[in-house]
Write a protein that binds this ligand. Structure first.
Ligand code: PLP
Length: 398
């Protein structure tokens, strides 16, 4: 008996009801609803004790000196760059979420895109060194999909130009560096996102960790319009505060983070074990000793070996009621907003290949082994019917 046809060719879909791409890692038990009721009754909706407690709890959890919570990860990046007093170029990967580059542009800084490592998909230290010049004012690595970037190597490039290194750690909360230290503990500052798709969420929110007391103090002024308290603003800040209700949600979710990440690791291991022998599918490499948060579980699809390209696979999976994402395609240097900066960046062959082949599969802590197997079985059916799907896709596009 042959394999069942993919749904786009007339087979039964793998999932009768839609399998979501992601679900927030939060719970909704009575403790959080009563905490929120207490905040509403107190009349203090912002700048209260929940935020202070959240910052203390995060410092303890990550083992960092200072934790400054903001309204979003983007705000955190913008304010960190603002407080470092930069001018000139920022070296960063093009293969990242747009907010990494936007924060530089909101500060009037020029992005210079460097290439990524073909195995780990994080900023290549060699490429970052190659594109660095006397105009470089900041190096920014990204812990892409939760895999830590090579901080020590990037630090050398930053040191050579006497500029800071910061890390866009939006995906990294709860992850571990190869040396066993927590993501959040390295470089001048690490900036996290606490939005619902990230491993630790407050609904929305951001977080900066730093060992620099002066920077932490300035960031707290910056998220308060630049007002140190006497209404004589010191510089142009903005309102970057996290509301108390969001801080309470964060306090509620924080103790569960190690468990949530362990569940994600098990989902990822299950995917890898199931798909490891499928020709044309490869995975993100995790450096020895490091632990990913698996903010996303991505595969690369080699169209020649698998039989069909990434876009055809994504369309076929949609037919199976499976939601996926093309993270990060298009990469920043190919986005309309960054056209002006595309030419001043280095050649980005790895970025362009990975962006064309990458597909993020459904990943959330609550995902069951059966759901993972359902996605993997659908991938196998798509591979088995690759020839028919290629014809189908060509006809569909005509
Ligand atoms: C989500 C994300 C951000 C922005 O965080 P927000 O909280 O959504 O503002 C920045 N960088 C990366 C890599 C992200 O994925």
């Amino acid at each position: 008996m042959g394999m069942e046809k993919p749904a786009v060719l007339g087979g039964a879909p793998a999932f009768a009801t839609a399998l979501p791409f992601t679900r927030p890692t939060t719970s909704a038990d009575a403790r959080v609803t009563s905490a929120i009721a207490g905040i509403l009754a107190s009349g203090t909706l912002t700048k209260g004790s929940e935020l202070r407690r959240l910052e203390e709890a995060i410092s303890r959890f990550l083992g960092v000196e200072h934790a400054v919570v903001t309204s979003s990860g983007t705000t955190g990046l913008m304010l960190t760059m603002r407080c470092l007093g930069l001018s000139g170029d920022v070296i960063l990967p093009s293969f990242t979420f747009m907010a990494s580059g936007h924060a530089a542009r909101w500060n009037g800084l020029d992005p210079v895109f460097a290439d990524i490592d073909p195995q780990t998909f994080v900023l290549s230290p060699e490429s970052a060194a190659e594109v660095s010049t006397s105009r470089t004012s900041l190096v920014m690595g990204v812990h892409t999909f939760g895999v830590p970037c090579d901080v020590e190597e990037l630090e050398q490039t930053a040191a050579r130009h006497a500029v800071p290194l910061i890390l866009d750690s939006a995906h990294g909360f709860g992850g571990v560096y190869p040396d066993g230290s927590m993501i959040g503990s390295k470089s001048t500052a690490e900036v996290f996102s606490l939005s619902p798709t990230k491993p630790f969420t407050c609904g929305e929110g951001g977080l900066i960790t730093t060992g620099d007391a002066d920077l932490a103090r300035e960031l707290k002024i910056a998220r308060e319009y630049g007002n140190p308290g006497d209404f004589d603003s010191l510089f142009i800040g903005l309102n970057g505060r996290l509301p108390e209700m969001s801080a309470a949600l964060g306090l509620h979710n924080l103790p569960g983070v190690p468990g949530y990440i362990e569940q994600r690791r098990q989902v990822a291991e299950h995917y890898r074990a199931n798909l490891h022998d499928v020709a044309g599918i490869t995975f993100q490499h995790i450096p020895e000793g490091a632990r990913s948060t698996y903010k996303d579980f991505v595969i690369l699809i080699d169209p020649d070996l698998f039989g069909v390209d990434r876009d055809t696979v994504a369309a076929a999976l949609r037919g199976e009621n499976i939601d996926t994402r093309r993270y990060f395609d298009p990469p920043l240097h190919l986005q309309t907003a960054y056209r002006r900066w595309a030419d001043t960046s280095g050649p980005l062959p790895v970025t362009e290949t990975v962006a064309a082949r990458v597909l993020a599969l459904p990943m959330f802590s609550q995902m069951t082994p059966d759901q993972v197997d359902g996605v993997c079985d659908a991938m196998r059916r798509i591979g088995a019917y690759a020839a028919d799907l290629s014809v189908h896709a060509t006809v569909g596009r005509a």
